[in-house]
Design a protein around this ligand. Structure first.
Ligand code: FES
Length: 56
């Protein structure tokens, strides 16, 4: 499922990035460019971050 439509980034790509060490929105932005255009995906990215980080 696409989370960031502007950059064509899926939830799996975001989860992979988090598994690879990304632990903040800044990391995700640097790795995948998410949230750099309209910003609408930022909230969903943050939820994925929180979900994944609390599940570890
Ligand atoms: Fe991610 Fe627009 S949907 S920047």
């Amino acid at each position: 499922m696409y989370v960031c439509l502007c950059k064509g980034v899926t939830d799996n790509q975001i989860k992979d990035a988090i598994a690879g060490g990304a632990c903040s929105m800044r990391d995700l932005r640097n790795d995948l460019d998410v949230g750099t255009q309209c910003g609408k995906c930022a909230r969903d990215c943050k939820s994925l971050l929180n979900e994944s980080l609390t599940a570890q």
